[in-house]
Design a binder for this molecule. Structure first.
Ligand SMILES: C[S@@+](CC[C@H](N)C(=O)[O-])C[C@H]1O[C@@H](n2cnc3c(N)ncnc32)[C@H](O)[C@@H]1O
Length: 221
C-alpha cells in the first residue's frame, strides 16, 4: 500500500490552552529522556552567537541548547501566545531568562530586519508551516552572510514499526492522537528535497534519520 498524501494539521500553530498544557508535559518528558534534538544543531555548527529558534513551543529544545552555548543569545519566534507564556516560565526555571526572549509572530513573515542572526534552528515545527519555501526565504533574509540554519522534524515516510514506537512512547497518552496528525502532516524525504530545490540557498542538504529529517544549510558569505 502506498504512502498517504500529506494532510495539513494546522496553519495557525498550537493555540488551544489544553493542547499547549499537554504539549508542555510531553516536551518536558522528552527533555528528561534526553530526546531533544540539540545534537543535530550542534553538529550543523550552531554553537553560539545571536540565534533564532522558530516554533520553540514550551522552549525546552532551545533552552537545552542555550545551556550549552555559554555566550549565545536566543530569540524564539512563536506563533502561539499560549506557548510563549509557558516558554517564558520555563526560561525562568532554567535561569536563562536574561539570554532568551520570545516574540509572537509567523515565520512566513518574520518581524526582524535583514542579516541579524548568526544561525537559525527549529525542531518539530516545519510540518505546521503553511508555506515552507517562504519560511526558507525568510530564514535566508534574516541570516548574516555565512550564517547557518538547521531544521529538524518528523517525517511521514517512517516505517510502521517506527510509527508505533513514536505513538506508544508519546506521553501523556492524550497527546498520542496529535502524534499521528503531526506524522500525517510531516514531509517525506523526497518532498523535503523538492522544497529545498525551490529555496534560494545554494548549500542546503536533507538528512534522513530514524524517525525524522533534518534540513540544514549555509548562506553564502
Ligand atoms: C510541535 S511544536 C514543537 C515545539 C518545540 N520546538 C519542540 O520541539 O518541543 C511546533 C511549534 O511551532 C509553532 N508554530 C507553528 N507554525 C508556526 C509559524 N508559522 N511560525 C512560528 N511558530 C509556529 C507552534 O505553535 C508550536 O509551538
Amino acid at each position: 500500500m502506498g504512502l498517504k498524501q500529506r494532510k495539513i494539521e494546522t496553519n495557525a500553530g498550537i493555540q488551544n490552552e489544553l493542547t499547549v498544557e499537554l504539549f508542555d508535559q510531553f516536551a518536558r518528558g522528552m527533555r528528561d529522556k534526553g530526546w531533544n534534538g540539540v545534537e543535530s544543531f550542534i553538529k550543523a555548527g550552531i554553537t553560539g552567537g545571536r540565534v533564532l529558534e522558530i516554533g520553540p513551543g514550551p522552549g525546552y529544545v532551545g533552552l537545552e541548547w542555550l545551556k550549552s552555548a555559554k555566550n549565545a543569545t536566543l530569540t524564539g519566534l512563536e506563533i502561539s501566545p499560549a506557548m510563549i507564556r509557558i516558554a517564558e516560565g520555563n526560561a525562568k526555571e532554567y535561569n536563562l531568562a536574561h539570554r532568551v526572549s520570545y516574540t509572537q509572530g509567523n515565520c512566513m513573515s518574520m518581524p526582524f530586519p535583514d542579516y541579524c542572526y548568526d544561525a537559525v534552528f527549529s525542531n518539530g515545527s516545519l510540518h505546521e508551516w503553511e508555506d515552507p519555501i517562504l519560511a526558507l526565504r525568510e530564514i535566508h533574509r534574516v541570516l548574516k552572510p555565512g550564517g547557518i540554519f538547521c531544521i529538524s522534524d518528523l517525517r511521514r515516510d517512517v516505517n510502521l514499526l517506527t510509527k508505533g514506537f513514536l505513538y506508544f512512547s508519546a506521553r501523556p497518552k492524550e497527546i498520542r492522537p496529535g502524534m499521528l496528525t503531526s506524522l500525517s502532516a510531516a514531509y517525506t524525504i523526497k518532498e523535503a528535497e523538492q522544497l529545498i530545490a525551490s529555496s534560494n540557498f545554494q548549500e542546503i542538504l536533507v538528512h534522513k534519520d530514524f524517525c525524522g529529517l533534518t534540513v540544514s544549510g549555509r548562506k553564502p558569505r
